[in-house]
Design a protein around this ligand. Structure first.
Ligand SMILES: [Zn+2]
Length: 213
């Protein structure tokens, strides 16, 4: 844009490669001003840290400012509080139960209530029946996670894991439920650590059961 503007003013512009800024006073001054402008744009004030010298340090400082701003926004929003409880600290790494992406997607579908299970697929007109492949009941989230005879073995492992999580965390007995909201990490009466551990156990169930969710 600047070049076009200058050409309109009949100023000849030629682009040349020049050596680095080091030891050229005016260039060093320009470099320093650019760094400060970048830092100020990221919310940093000049009096905060006079020790920043290199571009690497500038990038690090900007990253810190951006992450802090993101964290403040994440902490103060009204939406997404369930997810905030599970993942209170923002991160550029994907939120994950450490299972495959496929399992994470299925877990997310269960938590949001939008699945490919027969009850939902039938409502969307994707399938002719809402019956589960076991033939015993409608294929709802509740049925597949808690009752379906196709997943009895995987469910047994899941319940054993959940009981172990409760025991190790000394969770009070009256809070030791194994219902759907608990298994999906949505039981607000449990601590964040326990909820996250149970969610991971459910992710393991999803992987073991190979259910089409
Ligand atoms: Zn079933």
């Amino acid at each position: 844009m600047v070049i076009i503007h200058l050409k309109q003013e009949n100023v000849e512009v030629e682009l040349l490669w020049v050596a680095g800024h080091v030891d050229i006073p005016s260039n060093e001054l320009a470099d320093k001003a650019a760094k400060h402008a970048a830092l100020e744009a990221a919310g940093w004030r000049q009096d905060e840290d006079q020790s920043i010298k290199t571009l690497q340090e500038v990038k690090l400082q900007i990253r810190k400012c951006v992450m802090a701003d993101w964290q403040r926004g994440w902490d103060s929003q009204n939406e997404g509080r369930f997810t905030h409880n599970l993942y209170p600290t923002v991160s550029t790494k994907p939120m994950s139960t450490h299972f495959s992406r496929d399992v994470d997607i299925k877990l997310n579908r269960l938590q949001s209530g939008h699945t490919l299970l027969p009850s939902h697929a039938h409502k969307l007109g994707i399938t002719n029946t809402d019956l589960c492949s076991c033939g015993n009941d409608v294929g709802t989230i509740n049925h597949v996670i808690l009752h379906c005879s196709n997943h009895t073995a995987a469910r047994g492992t899941l319940i054993t894991k959940v009981e172990e999580i409760y025991r190790k965390s000394n969770t009070p007995y009256h809070k030791r439920t194994v219902d759907l909201s608990t298994l999906l990490g949505q039981n607000q009466t449990l601590s964040t650590d326990v909820r996250l551990s149970i969610t991971k156990a459910t992710a393991s169930f999803i992987a073991d059961s190979k259910a089409k969710i």
